[in-house]
Design a protein around this ligand. Sequence first.
Ligand code: MN
Length: 138
Amino acid sequence: MQITRNSSQKTATGPSEWFTGTVYVDPVATPSNGSRVGASMVHFTPGARTAWHAHPHGQTIYVTEGIGLVQRRGGPIEVISPGDRVFFEPEEWHWHGAAPTRFMTHLAMHEVPENGNAATWGPHVTDEEYGKAPPIDA
Ligand code: MN
């Protein structure tokens, strides 16, 4: 058994190559000793979002706070709320982030392959693409 204390962790900011806006990331699980589970608690400030990306083994996100947005390539932008969980299929291109006027926090869980690359990253989600989100109170 291994306890990692809250106080021993430092919250990191999401790198600008992979995110638009300000995003904070707290690691939850990192692969070790044969386990391939990776998990992070990701805090998006209003308007912040990932770039387009895909995960080799897919990904589940579980929303814990706020109001967020998700989109898969070719699909509409969907509004997500606490308690919602979203599974992105392996190699499915998508993005996730906060609504324009709300924070959003989710737990992200995925398998990390042997090469360590849990995601393939593409272009940023433009303001034009992000602006097509439906109103969050609809
Ligand atoms: Mn993802």
